[in-house]
Design a protein around this ligand. Structure first.
Ligand SMILES: [Zn+2]
Length: 271
């Protein structure tokens, strides 16, 4: 079994075929968590998950880039980020569904800050992140954390607000030294297609040295498509290419890598 712990079949890129994509994943023994980035994508994630009795789950939360309105360029598709507040009562209303297994994606993103208002935007991101940490704690849910160019600040906040609690640093892209700091706090590390095309060797080192019981796999679809589908839309069933790469760098079988990362996800998200 495989587990795509971070995917976005709830995004408009899958508007016409979301359920076909999900069924294709399930047919490939792949379970998945659709992750929200704001109010409407969180709602869509819950609605999709509610259609399946097993294997399809939802995370609800507010992505740091959506705490401030600006134009962004994500994998060559331009979009306008929305300025949303973390409205706890609206997110609480989504907890009617047992398919909600995590809060996220939330966190810090210093790569995409508004030029004219950096300090204020950082302050806002931190406040919104801390509010979601409290929400996860209160509802006994795991945390799916997004981080770009902000690992030091992120670690400080997690240590202060969420020590010893269940969290994963999703789409991890930093060095082994940084990964180790999060692992030392008991958090999980999730790797995706970037591992398969990272030429620096940095993520291979993370894939190799992270204890096998703390490693998760994901696609972050529709983005970050691994070979042999590079350039096309990514989807949950392609998570096997990430697992293959992990098996290869660790010198273990695909079966073992799949089984262990699947168990890790089940343990973290209590499914
Ligand atoms: Zn994502």
């Amino acid at each position: 079994m495989f587990f795509d712990t971070h995917t976005h079949v709830n995004f408009s890129a899958f508007k016409s075929d979301a359920n076909e994509v999900i069924k294709r994943a399930l047919a490939c023994d792949t379970w998945l968590i659709n992750v929200g980035t704001q109010q409407d994508t969180s709602t869509a994630a819950v609605e999709l998950a509610s259609k399946y009795s097993e294997g399809v789950y939802a995370a609800i939360g507010l992505h740091p880039v959506h705490t401030w309105q600006q134009m962004l360029d994500e994998e060559e598709s331009h979009f306008k980020s929305r300025q949303e507040e973390f409205n706890e009562s609206e997110y609480t209303a989504l907890l009617y569904s047992k398919a909600v297994v995590a809060v996220g994606e939330c966190g810090l993103d210093y790569f995409r800050l508004p030029e004219d208002n950096k300090e204020k935007a950082i302050k806002k991101q931190k406040a919104v992140f801390i509010a979601q940490i409290a929400f996860a704690r209160k509802n006994n849910l795991a945390l799916i954390v997004h981080c770009r160019d902000a690992y030091e600040d992120l670690l400080q906040i997690l240590k202060a607000e969420y020590a010893g609690m269940p969290a994963v640093i999703h789409s991890f892209t930093d060095t082994w030294e940084t990964a180790k700091k999060f692992l030392d706090e008991g958090f999980y590390i999730a790797l995706n297609g970037i591992l398969t095309f990272d030429k620096t060797g940095r993520l291979a080192e993370v894939a190799q040295k992270t204890p096998l019981d703390r490693l998760l796999t994901e696609t972050d679809a529709p983005y970050l498509t691994p070979p042999p589908y590079r350039g096309k839309r990514n989807e949950p069933s392609y998570v096997r290419y990430v697992v293959e790469k992990i098996a290869q760098v660790r010198g273990i079988s695909l079966e073992e890598a799949a089984e262990k990362t699947f168990e890790n996800a089940k343990r973290l998200f209590k499914v």
